[in-house]
Ligand binder design. Structure first.
Ligand SMILES: [Zn+2]
Length: 140
């Protein structure tokens, strides 16, 4: 996997081989493999945090949410609302996993993967829409 650095200037976007701090064309700072790796660790930690947090919440709430009318259930909404909440949790977890994959890729290669980044951004949009509709569905 060849290591490249990319210029951070939007008008330039020059890509050169190796780890180069400054763009040879315009003098702007470049995104080096080291920076990409550091960002990768950040993404990995954020992803891990999301998955661990939402996994724990889902694990604790799923029994009540899956059987909202059962005795002892502390969830007072309807079954439909319960499914909306579970769907939201699931998408947050998928988003967290996608963020982790993105981070692991960047740590391993020192490069950004355009498709993983686009997929993660797409998931973020889906997450936003689902969170919004869930909020509306719950009357928030
Ligand atoms: Zn440049």
């Amino acid at each position: 996997m060849p290591q490249t650095s990319q210029c951070l200037s939007f008008s330039c976007r020059e890509i050169v081989d190796g780890s180069v701090e400054k763009c040879p064309k315009c003098g702007t700072k470049m995104r080096t493999p080291k920076m990409v790796r550091r960002l990768g660790w950040f993404l990995l930690l954020v992803g891990l945090f999301l998955v661990a947090l939402m996994g724990t919440i889902t694990w604790n709430m799923a029994p009540s949410l899956l059987r909202p009318y059962a005795p002892g259930s502390n969830f007072t909404g309807t079954a439909e609302q319960a499914h909306m909440i579970l769907r939201l949790f699931a998408i947050v977890i998928i988003f967290g996993v996608g963020t982790m994959i993105n981070g692991i890729w960047q740590i391993a290669t020192g490069q950004r993967n355009r498709w993983i980044t686009i997929a993660t951004l797409g998931l973020a949009v889906v997450l936003f829409v689902v969170a919004w509709t869930t909020n509306r569905g719950l009357g928030g």
